[in-house]
Design a protein. Structure first.
Length: 670
């Protein structure tokens, strides 16, 4: 007997136990990515042990062994988490307890405890992730747990798993309308699943910049944010999403400036805009920085400034939008930007001297190169614009290469890049440009953020990925303010004009997919991201404002919490009354089995066979043989078959059986 045949002929108890263990393993599996290795190994070992006992019919371990394992798990949890309280420790213990409880599956009560622990464990997954993939995985887990629960309440016979699964699916479907009503109308005190999360470990922009920092992000294809424009979309060359502005350089790292000048002497934003605003909406993925990478330039006024309920947003003097805490959750932002703008002081202020400072003893050859250029007659009296163009021409004609793999640079990285190797990514060109401008005594600074987007929108949303991370420069001009300049455009114009970023060499799996059909891989990825975006927009980002918008559409002029609660309570009461009415009607319905028995009794009476309502089909078969003899053998055989199907754990279609019985009875009556 092969494995499939053996599985088919397993005893009911063994089959159900193995199914329960499989469902528990499926429910636990996503947690293995977040819990300690010992917890995952212990849970899998316990499930495998219990499966072996069910397969071989072995005796369950004693309570002393289970208690010892519980004490061991508690000790390991205390050792790894330093506590038995909190999210991580609590989930770790829950996984272990659920696995240990399977070693006590002696009665249906034990199975119910395990199953209800499973439903609670499903909820804990959303403490880690609320993605569409997690939702689909847990939907299967809930269906499996409901199927196991249905099996536990079907103690007679050997009902097929598919039958129990169908009953579970129908039961879940009955709850979908109530679930939808609660989702739409249940009051929200913040974004859905707005649980505190650690921002450490997330990819994205950093608050500082070292050589190679942005290049490492270019290898990350994950989504940074999605954006949708109310009107015509700007060209990729106009999509500069402003992030950290870095003005302090210690020779190795660029960081945000901590000026020692009084506030009155520091450069202010002094934003001036022209033309019509460009309205847009963004959905930002969680990041590790407390900032919004908004389109340059998004001012702070009543019609343009971004707003996030429950967050404090501030526009800094350097044009960066700051929030009061890291974006540890997905947020939606609506704002307006002016692509035609000027910002920064028009007149020289003392605080600009911070932006010409360079660390002593670093990059001496670069400083000498700048001094030699400045000493040339053509540039002796040149203004900031002319000097900036001279640097761009030098980059374009100097044999520089735009690459993700420039190699490691030493202590004087700018010297080595600018004068020797000439290999670099965007941050190499931006930082070298700023150092050169400061050497010319022109205030300059580095701006990091994102530039461009994917070539085509998905469902009207442009996707900006981490690989669109970029660094550019700004220099100050008297009477004008800050001027944006992108030195990368001199060596890699497609990076700026068309958002054609460099791609790292693919790994083994990605390379295999690209070899098979790169277009198909791109199509599948875009389709998944489009579906995931709809999940984010319609489910995860469903907010209190959208609830009030729905109430306005339903006729409420000025919706409030009271209106929302009244509508929700009214719908729940109506659903409760409808459920009570259905239960009353269902209680008064006649059991199909009893209806069949009555019809069989009537048909047999017409043939001259007297049976009583309480007679089982087997008894009725005997009376048919006694009253009709050989003429009633076929009817008796059908009644005995019905008896076997009814009481031996099989399944039978009462309707098809009645059709066969009626045809046979008509033949016997002739």
């Amino acid at each position: 007997m092969n494995l499939r045949q053996r599985l088919t002929h397993l005893p009911r108890e063994t089959r159900d136990t193995l199914f329960h263990l499989a469902v528990i393993g499926w429910t636990i599996a996503p947690h293995l990515l977040h819990l300690p290795l010992w917890c995952g190994g212990m849970a899998l070992a316990l499930l495998a042990w219990r499966a072996r006992l069910a397969w071989t019919g072995g005796a369950l371990p004693s309570r002393w062994i289970v208690t010892a394992l519980l004490v061991l798990a508690a000790g390991l949890t205390l050792w790894t988490e330093r506590t038995l309280l909190g999210k991580e420790a609590g989930i770790t213990m829950l996984v272990v307890l659920m696995s240990l409880k399977t070693l006590e599956l002696r009665a249906r009560r034990d199975a119910l405890v395990v199953l209800f622990l499973g439903f609670f464990l499903v909820l804990t997954h959303f403490l880690y992730s609320q993605s569409l993939g997690t939702g689909l995985w847990l939907l299967v887990a809930v269906w499996g747990l409901l199927t196991a629960l249905v099996l536990a309440h079907m103690p007679v016979g050997r009902p097929p798993l598919m039958r129990a699964g169908w009953v579970a699916a129908r039961a879940a479907a009955l709850g979908v309308p109530l679930m939808a009503v609660l989702f739409v109308l249940f009051p929200r005190v913040g974004p859905l699943w707005g649980l505190p999360q650690d921002a450490t470990g997330r990819t994205g922009l950093s608050g500082s910049l070292r050589m190679g920092g942005v290049a490492s992000l270019a290898e990350d294809d994950s989504i940074a944010f999605r954006v949708r424009f109310a009107g015509a979309s700007p060209a990729p060359a106009q999509m500069y999403w402003r992030g950290p502005v870095l003005s302090d350089f210690d020779g190795r790292e660029w960081t945000r400036l901590a000026s020692t000048f009084p506030v009155t002497l520091r450069p202010r934003l002094e934003l001036a805009v022209q033309g019509a605003p460009l309205r847009y909406e963004m959905t930002l993925e969680p990041s590790r920085l407390p900032l919004l990478p908004l389109l340059e330039m998004t001012p702070d006024d009543e019609t343009s400034a971004p707003r996030i309920e429950g967050w404090l947003l501030t526009l800094r003097p350097d044009g960066q939008w700051q929030v009061d805490r890291p974006l540890s959750e997905r947020v939606r932002v609506q704002a307006s930007a002016w692509l035609d703008h000027r910002h920064g002081p028009r007149d020289n202020v003392l605080g600009l001297r911070d932006l010409v400072q360079l660390p002593a003893s670093y990059n001496p050859r670069m400083l000498q190169w700048a001094a030699n250029l400045r000493a040339q007659p053509a540039y002796a009296q040149a203004d900031a614009h002319a000097l900036a163009q001279a640097l761009l021409q030098h980059i374009g004609r100097g044999g520089y290469t735009y690459t993700l793999e420039p190699g490691e640079y030493g202590r004087d990285a700018i010297d080595e890049f600018w004068l020797d190797r000439k290999l670099g990514f965007c941050e190499h060109y931006a930082t070298a440009f700023v150092v050169a401008m400061r050497a010319f005594d022109v205030p300059a600074r580095v701006v990091t953020g994102y530039q461009g987007a994917d070539p085509e929108p998905q469902d009207g949303w442009w996707i900006v990925r981490q690989r669109h991370a970029h660094a550019w420069a700004e220099y100050w001009v008297p009477g004008t303010g800050w001027v944006r300049i992108d030195p990368t455009s001199a060596v890699a114009p497609d990076r700026v004009q068309r958002s054609f970023s460099l791609r790292p060499p693919p790994g083994l799996v990605a390379g295999a997919f690209d070899t098979i059909d790169p277009a198909l891989a791109l199509l599948l990825r875009n389709a998944w991201e489009s579906v995931n975006n709809r999940w984010n927009q319609w489910v995860l980002n469903y907010s209190r404002g959208q609830q009030f918008d729905l109430l306005r559409q339903l006729g409420f002029e000025s919706p409030s919490w009271q209106d929302l609660a009244t509508l929700l309570i009214g719908l729940l009461c109506s659903a409760a009354l409808a459920g009570a009415g259905w239960a009353w009607w269902d209680r008064r319905r006649q059991d199909p089995w009893q209806r069949l028995q009555r019809r069989v009794q009537q048909r047999l009476a017409a043939l001259g066979v007297t049976v009583l309502p309480h007679h089982a089909p087997r008894t009725r078969a005997e009376r048919v043989r006694g009253a009709m003899g050989a003429r009633g053998e076929a009817l008796a055989a059908l009644l005995e078959a019905l008896d076997r199907e009814r009481y031996a754990g099989g399944t039978v279609s009462l309707r098809s059986w009645w059709r066969r019985f009626s045809a046979t009875a008509r033949g016997a009556a002739r």
